[in-house]
Design a protein around this ligand. Structure first.
Ligand code: ASP
Ligand code: MG
Length: 423
């Protein structure tokens, strides 16, 4: 039994769905669960729609119309017969959003977000499932909310593993005896049947949850890159494919910000010793990357770049040292405002962290910290993490950059840098 996961980029247009069909056709006699994200940038669009509705702006229905049109264009290419049931099924998914929009927003934002944004995945899987049946690949559409259960933390649902495993095992293995199954990534349900989501880019994690519960042989994430590369091609010209990676290295790379796989994906697979393949949906014969239990270390240095970093330096006002009680106070405030620390460093009298400038609550956090500490802020920095570094790799990334903060251990080097002004 295997799990395949297709992200938004792989199904961003009709050609993408047709390509998915070609990949799945080769596996139609396997036991296969297919997890699919929302198409293209639909999640971003539905996020904007949710905010527009919540703040009662006047572009809410335009945004809904955009989402409808986008999927309609895909439907028209895939199903020339306009009476195909896919049209009706997709329309019904959008009706769920319409119903919400009819009333003024009374519920909390995060709750509304999950109810609206989840429609992206429900629509995409409806289209994919119909299309596969249409080309003769027999499959059943499954609502992931009947299987993946979470707590009530909207937008960051935490998986209730026991009930999730029970529900998955009680139905899915039998269903897979008869046909393939198509389901949504990213979404789940509370025990009271309210829709939750697992955090942005969470479809990889969904695939891992299903795979772990089903004791799958392998998971394959189909991507628009050839596999896990030693750097994001967005920042680096000469990237290299890492053919094999240990779970530990994969966790470390994603922890430091490699975006190729969602950070939560690896652990459930590692627990069950399930191999994770990361492969290209464009070049499907290419072997890609295998992530599994291996003694080997990362064969080549790997680079992770995070731009738009803000350095926050915190100094106690009373010149007291940075000691445990200050640190725990500071950490609890970062936790309270849900701001993730990408790098930290402390000296006797100050504590410095690098965070993403995009954090929603930075202003509140700073106001709060300033009540008790002297706080300094430096914008426009870049964080470079190198796993399995050596001096040559450090020199390579430091061209025209100035180091603001640096941390090294035997495997990892983190450099917080600023671009030097051109001379
Ligand atoms: N559609 C969701 C997102 O874009 C989940 C995912 O793609 O993994 O965040
Ligand atoms: Mg996505």
């Amino acid at each position: 039994m295997q799990v395949f996961k297709f992200g938004g980029a792989s199904v961003k247009d009709a050609e993408g769905v047709i390509n998915l069909g070609r990949i799945i056709e080769k596996h139609q006699n396997d036991k296969l669960l297919i997890v699919v994200s929302a198409m293209g940038k639909t999640t971003n669009l539905l996020e904007r729609l949710t905010l527009s509705y919540f703040t009662q702006k006047d572009d809410t229905s335009d945004l809904l119309e955009q989402a409808r049109q986008y999927h309609d264009t895909i439907l028209r290419t895939l199903f020339p017969d306009e009476h195909h049931p896919a049209y009706n099924d997709v329309a019904n998914r959008f009706v769920e959003i319409e119903w919400i929009l009819e009333d003024e927003p009374m519920d909390p934002y995060d709750y509304l977000y999950d109810q609206i944004v989840s429609v992206g995945e429900l629509v995409s899987t409806t289209i994919v499932s119909h299309y596969l049946n249409y080309i003769g690949v027999k499959n059943i559409w499954l609502d992931a909310r009947n299987y993946i259960f979470t707590d009530n933390t909207h937008r960051e649902g935490r998986v209730a593993w026991r009930i999730t495993e029970e529900r998955i095992l009680s139905e899915i293995p039998t269903l897979l005896e008869q046909q393939l199954a198509v389901t949504q990534g990213f979404i789940g349900s509370t025990s009271e049947n309210f829709t939750t989501t697992l955090g942005r880019e969470g479809s990889d994690y969904s695939a891992a949850i299903f795979a772990a519960c089903l004791d799958a042989e392998a998971v394959t994430i189909w991507k628009d890159v050839p596999g896990v590369l030693n750097a994001d091609p967005k920042w680096f010209d000469k990237t290299e494919l890492i053919a094999e990676l240990s779970y530990l290295d994969a966790i470390e790379l994603t922890y430091y910000g490699a975006t190729v796989i969602h950070p939560k994906t690896i652990k459930p697979l590692q627990n069950k010793n399930i191999t994770l393949h990361v492969k290209s949906f464009i070049d499907i014969e290419n072997g890609g990357t295998q992530i599994r239990q291996t003694e080997g270390t990362l064969p080549i240095p790997s680079f992770i770049f995070k731009v738009n970093q803000v350095l926050i330096s915190i100094l106690p006002k009373d010149f007291s040292f940075i000691v445990e009680d200050n640190l725990s106070d500071i950490f609890s405030r970062f936790h309270q405002y849900q701001i993730k620390v990408n790098m930290m460093h402390n000296s006797a009298v100050s504590f410095s962290v690098s965070i993403d400038s995009t954090g929603e609550n930075i202003a509140e956090l700073l106001r709060d910290l300033k009540a008790r500490y002297d706080v300094q802020r430096q914008n426009g920095l870049e964080l470079i993490t190198i796993r399995h570094y050596n001096q040559q790799t450090i020199d390579r990334v430091l061209v025209e950059k100035e180091i603001i903060m640096e941390l090294k251990d035997s495997y990892t080097c983190q450099l917080l840098v600023r671009k030097l002004a051109p001379r």
